[in-house]
Design a protein around this ligand. Structure first.
Ligand code: SF4
Ligand code: SF4
Length: 362
């Protein structure tokens, strides 16, 4: 897609009708957890939107976040959104390497100051001069500082970039830190998850593309539209929790009947993420629906918290109170990001109905 085309023009070139475009806008509004009344506003904004240049930096990571984003089997709304940005630098996906690749990154900084987006996955090692992860002879710290300095905003993709993740887990041999420990003078949006949900990543990009602003964030810098509710708030097994019906093992009668996984270690009551509503694999399912407890992967230090298969220490009836205390403690730790209510703001966070390019053409 040439950069001078608007998104509306680009979609028309792909053969997408006006009706298809409105479907795309409805799906985008849904991705951003907006009510249907916002669809005309989204349509008007997207019609005129021009795709931003994006530099995607990968540091201490496992490539799972990028896998999450790129693994869909058919063209999807996520795919269209990625077509609507200009992904100009990404180690795993780009064809060029070495000096050519770095030259592209430097040119984006020079040619689009204050306009381009920086996406980061992975944590940044600071110990021993940052020598544990370098690219083109530069430490991750140096690349991040240089690239973020003239960016419009930074989006931390995944728990490693958002909170340090597994590289920062005890004993943190590389001195790993999250992006927010380095970038202090730019808006930073955290999109945690190990990996994060692709629809959530693209929902954040869609918000920026549509409105040119960052979405409303919670105390940990996470978009409230996707991280405003706990998994537990939206879990389809919640009626069993409320009735006190818990699976005791993974193969007992309760497990077969789909009872609550709290006693098998589910961290859903203390975990803010959209898995129970957006789901995974184009809305197919999510871990609890497949019979596995939530591990709490979108929360800070989830790996060190461990005890994945042990019930939360508070009695079941007190879990929501316990979660509230944990959030209050987190609010202190997250001071500076801006205190906002952790409670749900978007009742419209309905289940995501995946839309493909083919759907849009019908
Ligand atoms: S404890 Fe876990 S399985 Fe049970 S209702 Fe809450 S989120 Fe769902
Ligand atoms: S269910 Fe929990 S552990 Fe699983 S992906 Fe969602 S937030 Fe992470």
């Amino acid at each position: 897609m040439p950069k001078d085309l608007t998104l509306g023009e680009h979609l028309r070139r792909q053969g997408i009708s006006r009706r298809g475009f409105l479907k795309f806008c409805a799906a985008t509004a849904s991705m951003m957890a907006m009510p249907p009344g916002m669809i005309p506003v989204v349509a008007a904004a997207l019609e005129k939107a021009r795709r931003p240049s994006v530099v995607y930096l990968s540091f201490q990571e496992c490539t799972g976040c990028l896998e999450s984003l790129t693994r869909s089997h058919s063209p999807s709304v996520e795919g269209l959104i990625f077509d609507a940005i200009s992904l100009d630098y990404q180690h795993t996906l780009q064809a060029c390497a070495g000096h050519f690749a770095e030259h592209i990154r430097e040119e984006i900084i020079k040619q689009h100051p204050g306009e381009y987006l920086v996406l980061v996955d992975g944590s940044i090692p600071l110990k021993d001069g940052g020598q544990y992860s370098t690219i083109a002879g530069m430490t991750n710290l140096a690349i991040l500082e240089e690239t973020a300095a003239h960016a419009a905003a930074v989006i931390s993709i995944g728990t490693c970039a958002s909170f340090g993740g597994i590289p920062k887990a005890h004993p943190n041999p590389t001195g790993a830190v999250p992006v927010t420990d380095i970038v202090k003078n730019k808006p930073v949006i955290n999109v945690p998850g190990c990996p994060p949900i692709p629809t959530v990543i693209t929902g954040v990009l869609a918000h920026y593309l549509t409105f040119g602003t960052i979405p409303e964030l919670d105390d940990f810098g996470r978009p409230l539209a996707f991280y405003g509710d706990t998994i537990h708030d939206r879990c389809y097994r919640r009626p069993f929790y409320d009735q006190g019906k818990f699976a005791k093992t993974f193969d007992d009668e309760g497990a077969r009947k789909g009872w609550c996984l709290f006693e098998l270690g589910c961290k859903g009551p203390t975990t803010y993420n959209a898995c129970a509503t957006t789901k995974w694999n184009q809305g197919t399912s999510f871990p609890i629906e497949s019979g596995h407890p939530c591990l709490g992967c979108s929360e800070p230090d989830f790996w060190d918290a461990g005890s994945f298969y042990e019930a939360l220490s508070a009695p079941a009836a007190d879990v929501s109170k316990w979660a509230g205390a944990a959030i209050a403690a987190g609010a202190v730790a997250g001071a500076g990001i801006g205190l906002k209510s952790m409670r749900k703001r978007k009742e419209a966070a309905q289940a995501h109905d995946p839309v493909t390019v083919d759907d849009l053409k019908t």
